[in-house]
Design a protein around this ligand. Structure first.
Ligand code: PRT
Length: 108
């Protein structure tokens, strides 16, 4: 099993890239371009994920989802957030049926 620590290690690298020269690193260049450039990459990777799914090519899909996760992590880092924040939210939701959760929102 690949440990979740890989996400923490990438997040540490992303944090370090905030003070790196844009010419030295892809991530530093994205931080330097700012939020709109990061959001554009997230949207592009989401669209490419959709196309890979429709292709039915599993390796292609895995690679596009990796791109999507990676750029989502860059977005989280831009906002001072870490993968642990998302994992904590998923953990909080664990075992709560999506149907039940929606019903509790619409009951009031
Ligand atoms: N996981 C990744 C990762 N996944 C994807 N990418 C890059 O994301 C970019 C965008 O992907 P695209 O498919 O859109 O390719 P592209 O057309 O070349 O990109 P654009 O010109 O459109 O921006 C590519 O340059 C990929 O190499 C990544 N770049 C970096 N990482 C991680 O981030 C770390 C720091 O990277 P640097 O900041 O570059 O040192 C690395 O050690 C890795 O762990």
């Amino acid at each position: 099993m690949i440990p979740a620590e890989v996400l923490y290690s990438i997040a540490d690298t992303l944090e370090a890239r905030k003070s790196a020269a844009p010419s030295s690193s892809y991530v530093a260049s994205l931080f330097n371009k700012g939020e709109d450039a990061i959001l554009k990459k997230v949207a592009e990777e989401a669209a490419e994920t959709l196309m890979a799914s429709k292709d039915g090519d599993k390796l292609h899909l895995v690679r596009e989802v990796a791109d999507l996760w990676f750029h989502s992590m860059v977005l989280l880092a831009f906002h001072g957030l870490r993968p642990e924040d998302v994992l904590a939210e998923l953990k909080r939701r664990e075992g709560i049926s999506g149907h039940d959760e929606k019903a509790s929102r619409t009951a009031s």
